[in-house]
Design a binder for this molecule. Structure first.
Ligand SMILES: [Fe+2]
Length: 272
């Protein structure tokens, strides 16, 4: 086979994950002193700078600080200001699932199954209405099981909002996916699952469970300091995660953070 053709065929699919944008009802609103519209713009500008071409963007929840219709419309408008690549989202505990589902807009986010070459990204809803913690409805676990059974030859990334494993910070680990055992019991039956990735914890995190990579992604706004049992704001900058998904099931991933900005953040806050 011609070397150029072979190289083109094996080009990895590049997936971008952003998370926890916490947009307010007004573009002027802030979280712990940080204007969340501004930091989202800064992260998206960074993606434009770093990622000459990517295939898909996913936002893993807490798009809004409180689920107002206007937040989602503004979020989509902002995304389209920067990219033409397709994007999808899933809800977080601060979001309104009914409002996200009912948005009547041109170019809405795409479906919860994202096919990229030999890979399939499955977006799950781990939200319990009016609660901060995560839990999968039976119907959601049935959906996961059915999609995995129907796709034995795809390499799989499962994305959700809440962490399904303890990350070492007691204050946020109380909001773990409560029925994570049932979730992993399904994952364990399907060796094609390569990664489980989430947001919610506003920090970088990597671990491994059997052959499955466990991955969290920083927020596009305020960061939480790892390994702190009480709420602690980190001085790290907003960022995003990239994934290169290769045809043979191997992958690379990393995070990039905004540089050269000075944000006014209430680092002493005891909560948010
Ligand atoms: Fe969250």
């Amino acid at each position: 086979m011609d070397a150029v053709v072979k190289k083109a065929m094996s080009k990895p699919k590049r997936l971008i994950q952003i998370s926890d944008c916490h947009l307010g009802a007004l573009s002027s609103e802030a979280l712990l002193g940080l204007n969340t519209d501004q930091s989202l713009h800064d992260v998206l500008a960074l993606i434009v700078e770093k990622e000459a071409a990517f295939d898909y963007l996913v936002c893993t929840g807490d798009i809004a600080s409180a689920g107002h219709d206007t937040c989602y419309r503004r979020f989509i408008n902002i995304i389209h200001q920067y990219f033409s690549a397709p994007f999808a989202w899933l809800p977080g505990n601060h979001d309104s699932v009914p409002i996200m589902a009912a948005l009547d807009i041109p170019n809405p986010p795409e479906s919860r199954l994202i096919e990229q070459g030999n890979w399939l990204v499955i977006l799950l809803d781990s939200v319990v209405p009016k609660k901060v913690h995560g839990n999968f409805a039976e119907s959601e676990l049935a959906f996961l099981s059915q999609v995995l059974t129907a796709n034995p030859t795809k390499y799989i990334i499962v994305m959700l909002h809440h962490q399904p494993v303890l990350i070492g910070s007691a204050w946020i680990d109380q909001y773990i996916v409560r029925n994570a055992d049932a979730f992993f019991a399904i994952i364990d039956q399907h060796p094609q699952v390569k990664m489980v990735a989430w947001g919610h914890v506003h920090q970088d995190f990597r671990s491994q469970r059997n052959e499955v990579a466990l991955i969290a992604t920083p927020s596009t706004c305020v960061q939480f300091k790892p390994q702190c049992d009480d709420f602690t704001v980190d001085t790290l900058m907003p960022g995003y995660r990239w994934y290169d998904l290769r045809d043979d099931g191997s992958f690379s991933t990393g995070i990039e953070r905004v540089t050269g900005k000075e944000y006014v953040i209430d680092y002493k806050s005891a909560g948010y």
